[in-house]
Design a protein around this ligand. Structure first.
Ligand SMILES: O=C(O)CCC(=O)C(=O)O
Length: 312
């Protein structure tokens, strides 16, 4: 009954926000590609000053202001014998559970960026979405919002927004493994915003084109490279590996099989914008918060993607 109620409310709110397919030929082409292959790549921001300005802000937040989500997993604290259970389950645990094991570090443990990276060897640092107009203008870029809206058929909510910096990692932490996202069974789109040039050595994103409705690989949360490569070998048409310059955005239906590549050197910075239907999540705490003043500076079109719950 509860499920029925939820899907009815969701259906009604979706209906209220219904949109017709875009008549812009570029947007239509992108939507067609997204429908056919499960992803589309956009390059209109590559090399633009607006994008470079936001990239500089991302660096500052990570390397100087430490505006990061703490506690954060420290690879140097992992003991392969004691923590074999976590290693086997790809660290599928809450931050509290990892902290109780003594596997995390906090803001107080950090004196400078190099010390943090050397002492704690994090595999991932996460920056929560900054409440700044420039970030929202990128996350709710007009091409991205038009493609996402046209693909879904209604104006969705921006449900999650953040940036991750990934480093070389000896352990496979959650989405370094192949998986399907399960946040919503019918409507789920992510925009991945590449802040660094990316190739197979620097943490490419991997996606299996056309896998959304493929009945295989549904019986567990994560799959190994061997399992996926046996069905879609590297180099085959549907095994997509993103070799892209900074400024690229990949819009993807992540109900399809995908994984984060582990950088072999350096790091890669990736922004995440997650779009789901209105009312699909009834959460007591929103995943990001936006100041009223920032919200007011956005266009009406952009404001439509943000719920009241996210305002502070
Ligand atoms: O970081 C990536 O390339 C992929 C992230 C991912 O797997 C996810 O968001 O579900």
């Amino acid at each position: 009954m509860k499920k029925l109620l939820k899907s009815t409310t969701e259906y009604v709110s979706t209906l209220n926000r219904r949109v017709s397919p875009s008549t812009d030929p570029h947007i239509s082409r992108c939507v067609d590609q997204l429908k056919k292959r499960g992803f589309v790549m956009l390059d209109h921001l590559v090399g633009t000053p607006e994008f470079d300005a936001i990239k500089a802000r991302v660096d500052q937040k990570i390397e100087q202001d430490f505006e990061l989500q703490f506690p954060c997993l420290s690879q140097s604290k992992i003991d392969v014998d004691r923590d074999h259970d976590l290693i086997e389950t790809n660290f599928l645990a809450t931050n509290e559970q990892l902290s109780q094991r003594g596997l995390t570090f906090n803001r107080d443990d950090v004196t400078d960026y190099q010390q943090m990276v050397t002492d704690f060897t994090p595999s991932t640092l996460t920056v929560p979405m900054p409440s700044e107009e420039g970030f929202y203008n990128l996350w709710l870029d007009p091409v991205v919002t038009s493609v996402v809206t046209s693909y879904m058929g209604f104006v969705p909510n921006l449900t999650e927004a953040y940036i991750r910096r990934n480093f070389p990692s000896s352990f496979r932490v959650m989405n370094f493994n192949w998986h399907r996202d399960t946040n919503h069974d019918k409507y789920l789109v992510k925009a991945f915003i590449f802040f660094t040039d990316c190739d197979i050595d620097t943490g490419a994103h991997h996606y299996i084109a056309g896998s959304i409705n493929d009945p295989r690989f549904r019986d567990k949360a994560y799959f190994s490279d061997d399992e996926i490569n046996s069905a879609w070998p590297i180099g085959s048409d549907d095994h997509m590996i993103s070799t892209v310059p900074a400024g690229t955005i990949i819009i993807e239906d992540t109900r399809g099989l995908h994984k984060a590549g582990i950088p072999k050197r350096g790091y890669r910075d990736l922004g995440f914008a997650i779009f789901t239907p209105p009312n699909s999540f009834v959460k007591s705490k929103p995943y990001f918060q936006i100041h009223h003043s920032t919200y007011k500076s956005l266009s009406k079109n952009q404001q439509a993607f943000i719920t009241k719950q996210n305002l502070r």
